[in-house]
Design a protein around this ligand. Structure first.
Ligand SMILES: [Zn+2]
Length: 436
């Protein structure tokens, strides 16, 4: 008898706590809504958002009363194109290139300077309709506190999936260059720098220990490091294998910065999950992408941005300017080849090289180089979510997914430039922007 009473009490308590916990964040009336990005957008739908997730989708514009709701905000997007929040798979939110800035600022900045400078970068990115970003290389002392501050809603920004420090060889693209030895010794943070398979295994463990959600490696040289080292393979096959095995065993994906053909193919053979840039990919690369079901993250906007800068910035170091002129023009051909051969492509800009908040300009370049607007939308939603390993939560607006929702003034399926006309941004059921 006593047991029954207690059970009854328990059931009542659970039911009560469940009722209080189920919080309806709002209802959206959408003229057009892209529920599944690879399918057609639906007309005149009502979306119900609860506890930060999509809880129901109804045909037509449903009133609160007909949904059994009261005192819930209704967002009128009856003149808008509604779609999942976009995902940028390659950003650096802790800095932004500024050719007019004093190039020696870094000698005076504390970590907190970088964190404070990042606040408007994050806000601009979110306002531009990017509700998730993957940060591929920022000082761990800055990026992880920023990620926590966004999660706590102390500052406004996209969800951050971050690598922290990149794993790189001594003198590699992500190491420090361009100053006398004692300066680089004093200023360089050694986290992520490694030589030899065992040491690179240690480095992967170390960056994960410091918070990495994903492992960023510099498989080849890079354009913007101040060293005339070209863009060929920098991590050896043994190092790449050790990195990928260790990362995968610890549940992390590997994103490989790679320009030169040999480095792209070596990284793919080792089993990396994505190639970032991929400027000199060839026929063998295409086969390896397919064999390993890997993704290309093209970052066309980075190439476009530095190609313009090299014409007008006499202070760009020669080592960098030479690589810009050599590598940036190759990115279009690589992208067209990946597209033609049906390689997985996930949207990524390398913002930080370009201005934060201009991320959607990448979409215009993707269309210019042969993608359909629909393919671009898929690359910035479903494909990006898959590469993040977040397909259960992100990348579409099916019931149960996170309420990361944006609205555009016009349809991007007609003109991709509409991706830059963002009128409404919701993340996790919370509205951050609503322009009427
Ligand atoms: Zn980058």
């Amino acid at each position: 008898m006593k047991t029954t009473t207690n059970m009854g009490l328990l059931v009542t308590t659970l039911a009560l706590s469940f009722t209080t916990f189920a919080q309806v964040d709002g209802v959206i009336h959408a003229a057009k809504v892209l529920i599944k990005p690879e399918q057609d957008a639906l007309n005149e739908q009502t979306l119900v958002l609860e506890n930060g997730k999509v809880s129901a989708i109804h045909e037509g514009y449903r009133s609160l009363a007909s949904l059994g709701l009261a005192d819930v905000p209704v967002y009128d997007l009856k003149n808008h194109y509604v779609m999942p929040g976009m995902i940028d798979m390659h950003v650096h939110v802790t800095f932004e290139r500024d050719k007019k800035a004093n190039p020696h600022n870094w000698l005076t900045y504390e970590d907190a300077d970088y964190a404070l400078h990042s606040i408007p970068y994050l806000k601009r990115t979110l306002d531009a309709g990017f509700t998730s970003v993957r940060d591929l290389g920022s000082n761990y002392k800055v990026i992880f506190p920023l990620k926590r501050a966004v999660e706590a809603q102390t500052i406004a920004g996209p969800r951050i999936f971050a690598a922290g420090n990149a794993v790189t060889a001594t003198g590699g693209h992500a190491d420090m260059h361009g100053y006398r030895h004692d300066v680089t010794e004093a200023m360089s943070y050694s986290l992520g720098v490694c030589d030899g398979a065992d040491d690179c295994q240690r480095a992967v463990r170390d960056v994960i220990k410091h918070g990495a959600d994903v492992i960023k490696i510099t498989a080849t040289g890079g354009v913007l490091s101040n060293t005339a080292a070209g863009v060929s393979q920098q991590l050896t096959d043994d190092e790449l294998n050790a990195i990928v095995n260790t990362a995968h065993n610890l549940g992390r994906k590997v994103a490989a910065h790679a320009h030169g053909t040999g480095g792209i193919n070596a990284a793919l053979r080792a089993g990396v999950d994505s190639i970032e840039h991929g400027s000199y990919l060839d026929g063998e690369s295409i086969k390896l992408f397919k064999k390993h079901n890997a993704y290309l993250v093209p970052t066309l906007l980075a190439g476009h941005t530095v190609s313009k800068e090299v014409l007008s910035n006499p202070n760009m170091p020669k080592a960098v300017a030479d690589k810009v002129r050599e590598v940036a023009p190759k990115m279009e051909k690589a992208f067209r080849s990946a597209l033609k051969n049906k390689i997985n492509i996930a949207f990524g800009t390398d913002s930080g090289v370009s201005r934060h908040g201009d991320n959607a300009l990448e979409a215009e370049l993707m269309v210019k180089y042969g993608m359909t607007p629909k393919q671009v939308l898929v690359s910035a939603t479903r494909s990006a979510a898959k590469l993040l390993g977040q397909e259960a939560n992100l990348g579409s607006l099916e019931v149960g997914k996170f309420a990361d929702i944006i609205a555009l003034e016009e349809s991007p399926e007609k003109d991709i430039k509409a991706l830059s006309k963002v009128a409404f941004v919701m993340k996790n059921g919370v509205v951050y922007k609503h322009k009427n």
